[in-house]
Design a protein around this ligand. Structure first.
Ligand code: SF4
Length: 331
């Protein structure tokens, strides 16, 4: 059934849904959560595959075409490939993708591709084993790289992107190794500015190494040329002037891209977040579990999306970090 397209109160059409399928993770990245982890949601609190499928189907009827599955770490959710296959056949979806830390990719790559995943972002913040361990508190780089290779053996999964969080005092030493990685492999490397969504609430503006600074660092050695920006894109993508690949920069703090934002998020416990930095959420789990019909759910979704924030206020006086951290929101 086709429904009216979904728009927010600023006239932006919403076509991209990020679904967090779990708040749990097998890594302890310093920019995301404390070493001891966080209090996890209980099994009864998180949406079932059938509930996720229903919301995705309904939003697809309202014009959502792109769904990205995230976490926490989505691959730690039991039977995750089954959810992928349930969603892959959703009418109206043109893109079903995944964000993962790659630790379980070597095990799951074949099943994920068979189930219908076609684009994958793998989070890797350093290509040096000791520094990877330092940031993620896991000695896992070799295994993650094997997972990346296992995925790359499937030509139907493209692009495969490698996302590195950029942190001042750490990522400066990663800039050239990642540029060289992007030049010698088929993986698209993108740096993401550190955002105030960490579980430790230790983020400060000084900790942000901006995309511009990274471009200067890389451009001194490998000149860059900017490519045209896709509508609603989060990344500024550059090609190496000598034609040896591309590299991207996601700069939400220094160069916000909210004006044409087309994204909404569903948390693992069934809350709709209309912005990554939302201070308010709309509960969908309760109406889902108390028998609300599709029209009622549609009304709740439209009402919430209509009030979607125009932009984030990071770096502005009065900015408040959301109570929910990145691990419980998803990328
Ligand atoms: S900060 Fe919010 S409004 Fe801005 S691009 Fe991200 S989700 Fe969209």
């Amino acid at each position: 059934m086709r429904r009216e397209r979904l728009f927010d109160g600023h006239g932006r059409r919403i076509s991209d849904l990020r679904v967090s399928v779990t708040d749990r993770c097998n890594f302890r990245c310093q920019y995301c959560m404390p070493a001891e982890g966080l209090p996890w949601l209980g099994r009864a609190d998180i949406l079932t595959f059938e509930e996720i499928e229903r919301l995705v189907r309904l939003l697809a009827e309202m014009g959502v075409t792109d769904v990205r599955l995230t976490g926490g770490e989505p691959l730690v959710r039991r039977d995750f490939p089954r959810l992928v296959s349930m969603l892959a056949g959703t009418e109206g979806l043109r893109d079903l993708s995944l964000t993962t830390n790659g630790y379980l990719l070597e095990r799951d790559a074949d099943a994920l591709v068979e189930a219908g995943i076609r684009r994958v972002n793998v989070s890797i913040d350093s290509l040096q084993r000791d520094r990877f361990f330092q940031l993620t508190r896991r000695d896992a780089l070799p295994r993650v790289l094997r997972g990346l290779e296992a995925l790359a053996r499937h030509p139907e999964v493209r692009p495969i992107k490698v996302n590195a969080v950029a942190i001042r005092g750490f990522t400066e030493q990663e800039a050239l190794p990642f540029a060289e990685f992007a030049r010698r492999t088929e993986f698209q490397v993108r740096f993401i500015e550190f955002m105030p969504l960490d579980g430790d609430r230790a983020w400060t503006p000084d900790a942000v190494l901006t995309g511009r600074e990274l471009r200067e660092l890389i451009g001194r050695v490998y000149p860059l040329e900017e490519l045209p920006r896709e509508p609603s894109a989060t990344a500024r993508v550059f090609r190496f002037a000598d034609g040896r690949g591309e590299i991207g920069f996601i700069d939400p703090v220094s160069e916000p891209f909210c004006a044409d934002c087309n994204r909404i998020r569903l948390t693992a416990d069934g809350k709709l977040r209309t912005c990554l930095f939302s201070l308010h959420e709309t509960d969908l789990r309760e109406p889902l579990r108390s028998g609300a019909g599709d029209d009622e759910l549609e009304r709740i979704l439209r009402d919430a999306v209509w009030r979607k924030e125009l932009k984030h206020h990071v770096g502005e006086p009065g900015f408040r970090q959301p109570p929910r951290s990145m691990s419980a929101i998803g990328g």
